[in-house]
Design a protein around this ligand. Structure first.
Ligand SMILES: Cc1cc2nc3c(=O)[nH]c(=O)nc-3n(C[C@H](O)[C@H](O)[C@H](O)COP(=O)(O)OP(=O)(O)OC[C@H]3O[C@@H](n4cnc5c(N)ncnc54)[C@H](O)[C@@H]3O)c2cc1C
Length: 814
């Protein structure tokens, strides 16, 4: 190829909808020299055989925004490019066949309202009027999203490609990318069957090949291929062009109109993986053999819903493989392992719906050097060690596929690929009735069953079976003491002559304090958004110990490592596995610790926000005096091999004081009362410490520069457009779960970012940002009268200015 490019600003691998959308948006953001390489023809991966339903609602506001962007784009793309797209805004209908599902869709409608998306609840008759061919005899109700729609996947993709070419992108088909050029930990180009291309940025949009392709660069893309089938019927009388798309989760199926007939597919409980030994070469514009026997279970359900299908001929049964992920969310963003390498893959059979918005977000991430908004649910750095294993990824992914249409219960845990990562206390805590949850492969006690109670979650939309057990643990921590196994915390060491200088820049709080100090701090992005929320202990002059949440191990490590200013001597090491953590919390914790250690743990010798090296039995322990539950307490960081003996000694010392085991659900209830923020829900890259009420933890008044400072100073000079606030609701019959819509004086101002029950204050507690373009201050917050929309119903709630429990921190700092 004589005119084959040798350099590019960005090379995109993959000519499916996601690659084409990324190219389209990159050139629209002004990037030139964008090259897209496709090993066969555009759309020849999964895109050409998609059914084309475009739904928008997700459980996260920003991901819903992305899908809304897809719809806005698809509406105008044909006019913009002259290429037909098959876009039709015929709306989307979702059915409920039982009372619990009705609650689920009512809560989804509330979530939609929170995120500014129109969604109406309908009676069975109203649903039947929109979809006359369906049997409504088993319906409890339905929900309708008028702005959902459907598109022709191949046409949409060709339109995006055309739009990209119109602005200068170069799209080359029949060109396999064979490798990634890496220099000094950075992707600097690709090798292809036609030659090398040097590039500033490499973007992996290789669909179900993305895992294999990522491996070429040492980047983990946790997805696997799963077979997905739908049938296309001959025309059916009564199927009109404006028929909304239909999702019937209780019957595991979906429908859409296609040339006067119906497309019908679904999610079977026994999915079939594909290409376990690798995707065969040349698999483009290819389908798998239809599996009528396997599809029969879905057909049986569909016939009950749409009896007219019985007499309609089946034109074809499509069996196409698609990439699915272990949490059902797609994979986007900057690879934590390699600079200059981005990923957009793993679209779980909603890549047509997501493609427009995901391509936009990825392009903005590439151009801006940081995500355009908080994209944590889809961020590639949400994964960790278990996701290296394809076996682990496959078994969890198949479970998630099978659950696609099952009830998404509050607090639901998954069963597959467990147990995998266990703390040294796992067996002992199991013996004591622990009911475990899983995070990043780690088994963590969620709650402890009482004598005679089975340690098993029983899900519902009401109070679940563990509620009173968690109440007991909560009270034990408030009144006596509780012991939590938090060994799954991610722990890093930052070492080197310039470690302090590096943290001066990276941390929003001042962690450059004497050896022995312990500091709670955020790390901010350039916009002042909270990128990490963690604690830093100064172990020695040139040695810092950093502790962060289990789920943030990959993300926070990458953020810190990449934020170390060039030229500084500071090395970050992950030491998670070597250290177990026992958190001893509660008013009796000092008595218990004093009985277990010969060291001085009085307030004078061991004040709040310090750490000390102590011993418990034969174990060297780093004791960190800190709390996330609002009580006097210590995190005891113990070499893993000593964890069991330390646990036993604490347990023995605690017996006279009523020490109790406690789990993560009690932590949640305790921290809600105390007003501690949770990263990923209350705080994140979209929220600054000023908006989140965390200005007290920022060194703005000290004349020290740090990442994000400029943005905070600028924000300080103007009214805040949003503020995190606490609300309570007394009615014990209402269960708050988060995402409930918040109204101030009748006007929608936000939604709850986290919520639950505070067992000491005996109230439902919710946190949420109150938004107002003209600014939100204390007066504005206090003057409002508030309501929450919960599952479609408005209930009054009260604004609370101070933490509900121990606002002056007297119990913590005693
Ligand atoms: C049966 C079925 C029904 C579906 N229905 C829907 C639906 O109704 N709604 C919806 O939103 N989604 C649906 N989907 C999902 C949708 O099809 C996918 O999510 C989407 O097409 C993924 O697009 P992509 O660009 O990520 O991947 P792909 O379309 O697979 O594109 C990846 C491309 O990368 C190329 N490539 C790979 N490796 C290399 C390399 N080394 N060098 C160069 N090129 C390379 C491949 O050839 C391929 O063309 C469905 C999927 C299936 C299987």
């Amino acid at each position: 190829m004589a005119d084959f490019p040798t350099t590019a600003r960005a090379v995109i691998i993959g000519g499916g909808i996601v690659g084409c959308s990324t190219a389209y948006h990159l050139v629209r953001l002004g990037w030139r020299d964008v090259v897209l390489l496709e090993k066969a023809k555009l759309t020849s991966g999964s895109t050409f055989h998609a059914a084309g339903l475009v739904g928008q609602l997700r459980s996260n506001a920003n991901i819903t925004q992305l899908l809304k962007h897809s719809v806005e784009l698809y509406q105008r793309l044909e006019a913009e490019t002259g290429q037909a797209t098959g876009w039709k805004a015929n709306g989307g209908l979702r059915l409920a066949c039982n009372a619990e599902r009705m609650i689920e869709i009512s809560r989804q409608a509330t979530t939609a309202h929170s995120f500014g998306l129109e969604m109406h609840l309908l009676t069975p008759t109203e649903a039947g009027e929109l979809w006359p061919l369906m049997d409504i005899s088993d319906l409890h109700g339905a929900a309708f999203l008028p702005t959902d729609g459907q598109a022709s996947p191949a046409d949409i993709t060709q339109a995006l490609a055309k739009g990209a070419r119109q602005e200068g992108a170069l799209i080359i088909e029949d060109c396999t990318v064979t490798g990634v050029l890496v220099e000094h930990g950075r992707a600097v180009g690709v090798t292809t069957e036609h030659g090398k291309i040097a590039a500033e940025v490499v973007v992996n949009c290789a669909g179900q090949w993305a895992r294999e392709f990522g491996r070429l660069a040492g980047v983990n893309v946790p997805l696997v291929s799963v077979q997905h089938q739908y049938m296309v019927s001959e025309p059916i009388e009564g199927v009109t062009r404006d028929l909304p798309t239909l999702r019937d989760p209780d019957r595991l199926t979906y429908f859409k109109e296609e040339v006067g007939g119906l497309v019908m597919g679904g999610y079977e409980p026994n999915p079939k993986p594909w290409a376990e030994a690798g995707i065969p070469p040349g698999f483009n514009f290819s389908l798998l053999d239809p599996d009528f026997d396997h599809f029969e279970q879905l057909m049986a359900q569909a016939l009950i819903r749409v009896p007219a299908l019985e007499h309609a001929g089946v034109k074809e049964l499509i069996n196409g493989p698609e990439s699915f992920t272990p949490d059902g969310n797609f994979i986007l963003g900057a690879a934590p392992e390699l600079r200059g390498f981005f990923v957009g893959a793993g679209f779980n059979a909603y890549g047509i719906a997501a493609g427009g918005g995901a391509g936009k977000a990825l392009a903005e991430w590439i151009v801006g050097g940081q995500p355009p908004m908080d994209l944590w649910p889809v961020d590639i750095s949400r994964f960790g060690r278990p996701h290296q294993s394809t076996e682990w990824v496959r078994s969890r992914t198949l479970e998630l596929y099978a659950k696609h249409y099952t009830m998404a219960w509050p607090h639901e845990e998954h069963a597959s690929a467990r147990p995998e990562r266990v703390s040294p206390l796992y067996a002992v805590l199991r013996g004591q009735g622990a009911c475990f949850g899983e995070k990043l492969g780690w088994e963590r006690p969620n709650w402890f069953a009482a004598e005679g109670q089975e340690p098993r979650d029983i899900y519902s939309y009401g109070r679940q079976n563990w509620f009173s057990a968690v109440g007991e643990e909560h009270r034990a921590v408030r009144e006596r003491a509780g012991l939590f196994d938090q060994s799954s915390f991610a722990k890093f060491l930052l070492v080197g002559a310039n470690a302090a200088a590096a943290l001066d820049w990276i941390c929003a709080n001042d962690v450059n304090k004497p050896v022995g100090s312990l500091t709670y701090t955020q790390m901010l992005n350039r916009k002042g958004g909270i990128q990490c929320d963690l604690t830093v202990a100064r172990l020695a002059e040139n040695r810092f110990y950093i502790v962060t949440g289990t789920g943030f191990a990959t993300h926070d490590f990458a953020w810190i490592a990449r934020s170390i200013p060039a030229g500084l001597d500071a090395t970050l090491v992950d030491v998670t596995s070597g250290t177990a953590v026992l958190s001893l919390m509660g008013p009796r914790s000092r008595d218990i610790l004093a009985a277990a250690t010969p060291d001085d743990v009085t307030n004078a010798a061991f004040p709040f926000a310090t750490w000390r090296a102590i011993t418990i039995g034969g174990a060297p322990v780093q004791a960190l005096r800190i709390t996330y539950v609002g009580e006097l307490g210590w995190e005891l960081h113990v070499p893993s091999e000593h964890a069991l003996s330390v646990y036993r000694r604490l347990w023995a010392a605690g017996a006279p004081h009523g020490l109790a085991n406690a789990g993560y659900r009690a932590i949640e209830s305790l921290r809600l009362e105390k007003g501690y923020r949770a990263w990923g829900s209350d705080i994140g890259p979209d929220h600054t410490p000023l908006e989140a009420g965390l200005a007290w933890a920022v060194k703005l008044r000290k004349n020290l520069d740090f990442q994000g400072r400029e943005a905070l100073l600028a924000q300080q000079a103007r009214p805040l457009g949003k503020r995190l606030a606490c609300f309570t609701l007394d009615d014990p019959g209402v269960v708050l779960l988060g995402r409930e819509t918040l109204y101030r004086d009748g006007e929608r101002v936000g939604w709850l970012t986290s919520a639950g029950c505070g067992h000491t204050v005996a109230k439902n507690i919710g946190y949420g940002y109150v938004r107002r373009a003209d600014g939100v201050d204390d007066e504005y917050l206090k003057a409002g009268s508030y309501e929450l929309e919960v599952a479609g119903k408005r209930v009054p709630c009260a604004f609370r200015r101070d933490p509900l429990y121990d606002p002056k921190m007297e119990r913590v700092k005693a």
